[in-house]
Design a protein around this ligand. Structure first.
Ligand code: ZN
Length: 214
């Protein structure tokens, strides 16, 4: 039988978690997170995972400069929290993380906050598209717009009072831009005017890119 993802040792052993992260972030050997010097450092014999940088004279670990920096929560719990967050389409509440990871609610809240913030595309994210790339736009209507009644209920024999289905006029509009074979970005759009979505997130795609309305 295949092993469950949660059985992976890096989720249960802080040393294994550190070794895994070191391999991932330092494929060519330790890099000082403070000054960026690669070759001039030596591991501390007394503290596994700690390195002495001879260039800036500081001690560093693999978590310096990452979201895991300066945390008292063991690294294996951090990796488990990140895996949990990535595997859950509907998100993970701090309460759920607190129960599943066996850490305090306060720690879980802090971890989820840090991880979510790190996962956001943010303003620094590069625009979609580029030379020869295709960006597609599509819109969808979700749920009910806040505070707007959908319409009058009607009495249907055998069912009782039935609310009419929300139509696009009374729903929230959202637009997604998809780069073929690349990233996806979604936006909430206020106006329902035709073609509006092609102007709204224009800063998110490179101006020379032609938008395909799918
Ligand atoms: Zn250094």
């Amino acid at each position: 039988m295949a092993k469950a993802a949660w059985e992976n040792k890096l989720f249960h052993d802080p040393a294994k978690a550190r070794e895994w992260l070191e391999k991932l972030l330092w494929p060519d050997g330790p890099v000082c997170g403070y000054c960026g010097v690669t070759e001039d450092n030596s591991p501390l014999a007394t503290r596994p995972g700690y390195y002495q940088c001879n260039a800036c004279r500081r001690q560093f670990t693999v978590t310096v400069g990452t979201v895991f920096e300066r945390s008292h929560i063991p690294l294996n719990k951090w990796l488990m929290a990140a895996a949990l967050l990535c595997a859950s389409k509907k998100g993970v509440s701090a309460h759920q993380a607190h129960r599943m990871l066996g850490i305090t609610y306060k720690s879980a809240w802090f971890m989820m906050h840090r991880l979510r913030e790190a996962m956001m595309p943010g303003k620094s994210a590069a625009p979609l598209g580029g030379l020869g790339k295709i960006v597609e736009a599509d819109e969808t209507y979700l749920g009910k717009r806040d505070g707007r009644p959908i319409g009058k209920s009607t009495f249907v024999t055998g069912f009782g009072w039935v609310q009419p289905r929300a139509r696009y006029q009374t729903q929230r509009k959202s637009v997604s831009l998809v780069e073929r074979g690349g990233a996806v970005r979604s936006f909430k759009v206020d106006s329902r005017e035709q073609g509006n979505h092609l102007q709204h997130p224009v800063h998110e795609r490179r101006p020379q890119v032609r938008a395909y309305d799918g």
